[in-house]
Design a protein around this ligand. Sequence first.
Ligand code: SF4
Length: 305
Amino acid sequence: MKVTNVHKVPEPLMTLAKREYYSKGAAQYSVTEIMSPPKVRRLREKHDEDIVQDVSEMLWSLLGSALHVVMERGETEGWTKEERLFAAVDGVTISGAIDLQEETPEGIVIIDYKLTSAWAVMQEKGEWAQQLNIYKWLVETVKGKKVVGLKICAFVRDFSRHDRKEGYPAAPIAMIDVPLWSSEKTEAYIRERLEMHREAKMRADFGEDLQACSDEERWMSETTFAVKRDGRKTAIRVLKNLEEATQMAEKEKGYVETRHGEPRRCTGNYCGVSQWCKQYQDELYAKEGSLVGVAQEQPAGLDAV
Ligand code: SF4
């Protein structure tokens, strides 16, 4: 990936932006790589040289890295910081760097720092459960210690004291409990992901189309139904159920506007490869009637597993 400096920010920021903060050590997959969509991983490898990001757009990732660096300094008895663990699954080595582990009389509590938005805190984040449960599996497998709790320590970057929405975080730092999975469930999840990555590599090597990203992987938002009335700018109500929306529209002498869910990872290009993704470009073409980017997604000549 090339990092540019369009807005002429100080050079030390460029140095920091180019630095690799996370290493997977000798592992073939880091936990984040296991979880990432196989298509994204392959396309990022293929287009590594073509991906361009300006340093000014990297504010949150820089601050996220800064947060981890600062947190590493908080030496406290009974707490283990930034421990990287390795384990093999069917001959494939995986590794995960765990932000914090608290030793309690009952067992270990794993905590992961996230610099995130209030919106993210309010959503049910399947990815957080997947990540932390792989950490749990690593701790139990490698250290042989029981894990009794999983928590996200969320630093809410856009916190507002005036927001009273249901589920809105009560403070700028929010602790979120993550459900614990059994070892069997986590192992099955890891095997399933590794198999998907193996298949993606095989498809790439044979020049076949990559597997589609799932709705979950694309961060698909929910389709909602807005009850509206002519002459009124805002919706009377926005509902998740079409039947309820239709009934309300009849009562209010209005109409229903369908607001289709959006694949936010694609539309915001959070995967970084949307312009080379056939799945997304085909959708845009069907919707807008024009091909926005290059839609050749078979990566070639990859040597990583
Ligand atoms: S654009 Fe969407 S579908 Fe394509 S690789 Fe990115 S996340 Fe997956």
